[in-house]
Design a protein around this ligand. Structure first.
Ligand SMILES: [Zn+2]
Length: 336
């Protein structure tokens, strides 16, 4: 691997050019009901030639939910344009939340993704971003100098996505992608081990996964928050990958900022008072998160981290759990 993208100059698609922000899914899709390969760019409804299942367009993106999806059935996307399929703060509450200083740092994402873009930015690279939310432009900017094709997917109608699909059943053919990026998503899925298996299935033999998930962090997205991972748990989730890098995304400073703000919120049983108390704590203690910059990537920081990352390349079989134990605490911070 080399800094190939740097040598080839600007990507073939300029920043903000339409083709970079709407992926061409031709030759990639399969029916999520019957696994038959189906054809379509993703910009118009598709009918499966085998089972006749019709996939519609919503908000300009193809909807490829399985008919048996309990939380996100296809009909949830059939109604009016816009809207949400996940509950979340709206109106005044969302605006107040937006004004408060952030409680988290991210020590590594930009650098990690830039490194991946340098190593894996060639013309045959096709990367799926699972649970893209509103990060599309940020990620496009990080891959701007590459020729990689990016595909954005999410379940939330309010997201800025190319495709609505569920990561438990990705509508992609086996081995058709070269990379999967998922940041702050796997805590929100019902069965993360099923999602990890799906990621493995859709990746080419030399494919990779980049994942960030929280560890010591209070509930967010309300009922759609299911799981937390230690660094070992995060590693084990991707047991069918060789580790290329892992470490702290946000350390004990961010953990403490979250703990303090959520502690203040818990002091009142009244929702509005609780929100005001949390805002107050956020204004008082937001700076604590910045201590993560000098707590860095130590084992101690990892063991009290708010969020960790794992970067690995695909292998056929699972790694020996003994290897996971043996490597524990050994620094493997790949971009330095
Ligand atoms: Zn079908």
């Amino acid at each position: 691997m080399s800094a190939r993208a740097n040598e080839t100059g600007p990507g073939k698609f300029g920043r903000g050019a339409l083709v970079r922000t709407s992926a061409n899914l031709d030759g990639l899709l399969e029916c999520v009901e019957c696994t038959t390969a189906i054809e379509g760019r993703g910009d118009a409804p598709i009918t499966c030639p085998h089972c006749a299942r019709v996939y519609e367009i919503c908000n300009g993106a193809l909807v490829m939910m399985h008919s048996g999806n309990a939380l996100f059935p296809p009909q949830a996307y059939a109604a009016e344009e816009g809207g949400r399929t996940m509950q979340g703060a709206t109106g005044a509450r969302a605006r107040i939340k937006g004004l408060a200083p952030s409680r988290s740092v991210n020590l590594v994402r930009a650098e990690n993704l830039k490194k991946i873009a340098r190593e894996r930015g060639g013309p045959n690279e096709r990367i799926l971003i699972i649970g893209c939310g509103h990060q599309k432009q940020e990620i496009l900017d990080l891959f701007e100098e590459t020729q990689a094709e990016l595909i954005f997917c999410d379940v939330d109608k309010a997201s800025d996505t190319d495709l609505y699909c569920d990561s438990h059943r990705l509508p992609f053919r086996d081995g058709c992608l070269t990379g999967v990026i998922t940041t702050a998503v796997l805590e929100h899925v019902l069965k993360p081990w099923v999602v990890a298996e799906e990621i493995h299935r859709v990746l080419r033999a030399d494919g990779y996964v980049y994942s960030e998930v929280p560890f010591l962090q209070a509930v967010h997205e309300g009922p759609y928050d299911f799981t937390r991972f230690t660094m070992s748990g995060h590693r084990l989730l991707f047991e069918k990958f060789d580790e290329r890098g892992s470490g702290v995304v946000a350390g004990p400073g961010t953990s403490l900022t979250w703990a303090l703000t959520e502690y203040f919120r818990a002091l009142s049983g009244n929702r509005k008072v609780a929100a005001a108390l949390r805002l107050l704590a956020q204004l008082l203690f937001f700076w604590v998160k910045f201590t993560d910059h000098f707590l860095g990537q130590s084992r101690r920081a990892q063991e009290a981290a708010s969020c960790t990352f794992f970067y690995g390349t695909r292998r056929e079989d699972a790694v020996d759990p003994q290897d996971i134990i043996a490597r524990y605490g050994k620094s493997n911070f790949f971009h330095t």
